[in-house]
Design a protein. Structure first.
Length: 252
């Protein structure tokens, strides 16, 4: 009888723990959160794109975080869907470009950073060139994000690429590259400060994975949507480029 009581007690405890874990899973599951914050049809399509990224061995978590971050900032669901679709293709381009340049499989954060550089107007052939000329074994995540930061500060993509490439050839560390980005902050054209700040947060995300998802849960900035993405379907115009410079091809 005593043994039977003990078995029943352990069984009840196991059921209680299982129920507790089951209740916690949805809160930590990006797919479940996306279904909560997006309309059902949009969530289904976005999750389909994320599954496609996973099948292609692309950083699917970065897409999840991107969708959650945009949703937390009030971006129109259709704009989120479009952004995720386009980012998947940019990630694919970045992965191919990086691998073509240095012959190795790029890390997830390098692919994400490369996709952002492409979004800001850096051609995939230039991404390959950077990978080819960078010191062997050097992660290109921070260099690529710094290129994006310089573009946001008014540098043409070619000039930003050349500055970072020159520093890489001089064996500059990631800290040196970040410092260079800070030193040219005075060059931020009027109206570009927000874009530069967004790039800085993207750079910080490479060192603190998951911070984007944290923002999506209410721990991030309370500012507007990321640069280039209209909030609630709005048609807000983008800042003009400095005189004599071509406006970067920034996409959401």
């Amino acid at each position: 009888m005593r043994d039977n009581r003990m078995i029943k007690t352990f069984a009840a405890l196991a059921l209680s723990v299982g129920a507790s874990l089951g209740a916690q899973t949805p809160a930590n599951d990006p797919a479940a959160r996306l279904k909560e914050v997006l309309p059902a049809d949009v969530a289904e399509r976005v999750l389909g794109v994320i599954a496609k990224a996973r099948a292609r061995e692309l950083p699917a978590q970065a897409l999840e975080n991107r969708a959650l971050k945009f949703a937390a900032k009030g971006v129109d669901p259709k704009s989120i869907e479009k952004s995720i679709d386009e980012q998947l293709e940019r990630m694919s381009e970045a992965k191919d470009a990086l691998q073509k340049g240095n012959g190795r499989k790029p890390l997830d954060d390098e692919v994400t950073a490369g996709a952002e550089a492409i979004r800001k107007g850096v051609g995939r052939e230039k991404v390959s060139e950077l990978a080819k000329t960078a010191p062997s074994g050097r992660s290109l995540a921070v260099p690529l994000y710094v290129i994006g930061s310089l573009i946001d500060r008014g540098f043409p993509s070619e000039a930003a690429l050349r500055r970072v490439r020159d520093r890489l050839e001089a064996r500059a560390s990631d800290v040196d590259l970040e410092q260079m980005s800070v030193e040219v902050s005075v060059k931020v054209p009027p109206g570009q400060e927000k874009k530069a700040a967004e790039t800085g947060r993207d750079l910080a995300d490479t060192k603190n994975p998951g911070s984007s998802s944290g923002a999506a849960q209410g721990r991030g900035s309370s500012g507007g949507p990321p640069a280039g993405v209209p909030a609630n379907g709005g048609g807000r115009g983008r800042p003009s480029a400095p005189p004599g410079q071509t406006k970067p091809k920034n996409k959401p």
